[in-house]
Design a binder for this molecule. Sequence first.
Ligand code: FAD
Length: 419
Amino acid sequence: MPDRSRVLVLGGGFGGIGAVKALKKAEADVVLVDQHDYHTFQPLLYQVASDLIETTTVGHQLRDLFHDQSNVTVHEATVAGIDLDDRSVTFAEMAPERYDQLVIGLGAIVNFFGVEGAEEHAFPLYTLADAVRLRTHVLEVWEDADRDRSLVESGALNVAIVGGGPTGVESAGALAELYRRDFAADYPEVPPDKARIVLLEAGDDLLSMFRADIRRYARRALADRGVEVRTGEVVAAVEPTQVTLKSGEVIPTRTLVWGAGLEANPLVHGLGVDLQRGGRLPTEPDGSLAGHPEVFAVGDIAWTTVEGSDRALPQLGSVALQAGEHAAHSIMRLEAGKTTEPFHYHDKGTMATIGRGAAVVQTKGGRTMKGRTAWLAWGAVHLALLSTGEDRAKAAVDWTWAGFSHERPGRISVRTDQP
Ligand SMILES: Cc1cc2nc3c(=O)[nH]c(=O)nc-3n(C[C@H](O)[C@H](O)[C@H](O)COP(=O)(O)OP(=O)(O)OC[C@H]3O[C@@H](n4cnc5c(N)ncnc54)[C@H](O)[C@@H]3O)c2cc1C
């Protein structure tokens, strides 16, 4: 079918998936390429890291998502370069692909802001591999401390978490519950004050995008779970066994969780485009790149402004998903000889969970909800957002079990270097 257009979608995250699904009825061959063979549901990564849910609830095989879409081909390959003038993309492991339309949804990478030692020693929480690495590390540190009690005394069990946004708050709450419930039962001889959880935020308060009552509630809920919240604190250096703050204070820890910042996928630097803050690709109101109406940037990699302002849409899964769907509609309009329309983000509100029975919700209009009701709302929304019914069922079982038993089922580390 030589007159069918070829749509190349780079990245199987929320943006890429949104675009491919919305192209189901398009008269086009759609090629989706990701460096992994799975889609990652990032909002629940901290639950993998803290042993609450399984990796396969958060990582879903990409091919499986498109079994009912005959116009889609999926490849696992790493994008090496994008040539906008030649309309082609090169890959590390396969031959180049040409396109008529391109959707760039390659996401972001963690920004360590040049903090000494952070890249080498901190534990970011952005990919599924990050979550599994953190989970395994935490289990190993406790086993190390069990074998060598001097490690407990030297603060090896402490965890420091950088960033008081949703990622930091959710990680701190989840790790605190793991520590204060499961590990307290697994290692009853370790006093809780020898396993501190410290949340460090450079600004004045946690969850800066939320209203004051929500921020106060979040602090209280974290304190109830034994988290030390420290605001106005900046990390200056990270070493394998300690973190040094700008104030000079040293916190002994082998586990610094980095939930503090992102920058766009570095591939953007080869595009010859003037980049926006965080290296993000500036887009036209319809999500396309200036001078390239056939190329759309979606999700964390894009800088798409809110209508009537120069403020960019936030780096959220809901923004990425809707932007991907909009790119697909634009592509179909272009194919039908129509003009594209501006992208309007439908903001359904912001939410974060702090732990069992504790979450916060704020709607676009500023209405807030907190506590158990917000927690149930958070659970319902995240169940609905998961990729498939199978993932929803797996999460529901794990959450229900943990809800009744207070137990986290995944507390084993499988080492591939052992028999
Ligand atoms: C811990 C955490 C919690 C979050 N919680 C929430 C939340 O509660 N609610 C919310 O709305 N948002 C949340 N977010 C944000 C949300 O997950 C992101 O905004 C969203 O995933 C962005 O989607 P995306 O498609 O732009 O990028 P991604 O989902 O990151 O997808 C990018 C894809 O590109 C692929 N890729 C990257 N480089 C290459 C390459 N060179 N070659 C091939 N493939 C490549 C990656 O493998 C990945 O699959 C959270 C994020 C994190 C990290």
